[in-house]
Design a protein around this ligand. Structure first.
Ligand SMILES: NC(=O)c1ccc[n+]([C@@H]2O[C@H](COP(=O)([O-])OP(=O)(O)OC[C@H]3O[C@@H](n4cnc5c(N)ncnc54)[C@H](O)[C@@H]3O)[C@@H](O)[C@H]2O)c1
Length: 315
């Protein structure tokens, strides 16, 4: 992408702060920000970029190499389409890429598949979390454990007190966290189809099950998400039934361990120096700005995740 990547950022809310913190340490310049609800641009390395209320105005005035869309989920589809149409830049959209499958079809119809694969990326940041990378490595080292025969993952966020604002930014607990669970699980298994489940508590909670394939065997993933909690807690357990091994990964603590019965087989700890979101987004951006971004950022994974998230369980 060149030595100095010119970045434009649309949406200067909560997650934009992490993007800005990570970008500040990379060889990039922040050309512009866009946010209709913000009067002043954020300070970036001691200076302020040009600021706009509308992405179209910013893209008319600038030639960015990368446009980052960090706006409420339901605005992603339109803003991504606008960025792809009005500039030749790469586009990094926050997750989920879009809020409904018809928006995927719209993006496909305006760009051929090669163009989308080369230009459009989704910030599936949980797939870059250090405990996920550790689990992937330890599983690769132990083919004798056989396939992952069951997965249980529970993601809780304390958003219930944010009320309507949480729904406005994130749509629902499942739309917000299901994408994190599914894109993270794509590191370990091939996701196949929804098998049961639904949303409850007016969209504040969900329980879904999915089939997947791993090392030639089909297993079940059980996914719980909820905003009905006082604090954030995110954990995943991968069960290797044939070997009696379990791999526990704690995404909140960024830790993990593997055990068989009463034997501790492997552990992963964290030095506590890097805040969780920075620990996700730093490797994500390093991959995005490289010649070959990780496929988990690509359109094919985003499409699989969006379609699975919206699939209707069989009756
Ligand atoms: N908050 C998190 O921890 C987190 C983590 C990962 C991903 N995300 C994703 O990032 C996205 C944003 O989440 P957030 O928590 O930052 O929400 P937020 O509501 O805090 O921020 C969104 C910002 O976008 C601005 N905005 C709205 N419409 C716009 C438009 N048309 N053009 C430009 N700016 C516009 C809003 O004014 C607001 O400042 C969501 O899709 C969410 O799923 C959030």
């Amino acid at each position: 992408m060149g030595d100095r990547v010119r970045v434009g950022l649309a949406g200067v809310g909560i997650i934009a702060q992490t993007h800005l913190e990570v970008l500040a340490a990379l060889p990039v310049s922040l050309e512009f920000t866009v946010d209709p609800n913000l009067a002043e641009p954020p300070v970036f390395r001691g200076t302020t970029p040009s600021h706009y209320r509308d992405l179209a105005d910013a893209l008319t005035a600038h030639q960015p190499d990368l446009v980052v869309i960090a706006t409420p989920t339901e605005t992603h589809a339109d803003l991504v389409a606008q960025a792809l149409r009005m500039s030749p830049a790469r586009v990094l959209a926050e997750k989920p890429l879009v809020h409904d499958p018809s928006s995927l079809d719209r993006l496909r119809s305006m760009n051929d598949a090669d163009d989308l694969r080369g230009r459009l990326f989704t910030a599936h940041h949980f797939a870059f979390s250090p405990e996920v990378g550790w689990a992937e490595e330890v599983i690769d080292k132990h083919p004798e454990w056989g396939p992952v025969t069951q997965i249980t993952s529970a993601f809780y966020d304390p958003y219930i007190l944010r009320g309507d604002q949480a729904f406005a930014s994130y749509v629902s607990s499942w739309m917000d966290s299901g994408v994190n669970q599914l894109s993270m699980l794509a590191r370990f298994v091939d996701l196949l189809a929804i098998t049961s489940g639904g949303q409850t508590d007016g969209g504040s909670s969900a329980w879904y099950t999915f089939s997947y394939r791993c090392r030639g065997v089909v297993g079940t993933a059980r996914l719980r998400t909820s905003w009905l909690t006082g604090s954030s807690s995110k954990k995943t357990v991968l069960t290797f039934g044939q070997a009696g091994v379990e791999v526990w990964i704690d995404h909140t603590a960024m830790t993990g361990f593997a055990s068989r019965d009463d034997v501790l087989l492997a552990v992963y700890g964290n030095d506590g120096r890097t805040p969780r979101k920075v620990a996700h987004y730093r490797p994500l951006y390093e991959s995005l700005l490289s010649d070959q971004p990780d496929p988990v950022l690509g359109f094919d994974v985003a499409e699989t995740v969006v379609r699975l998230q919206h699939a209707v369980p069989p009756a």
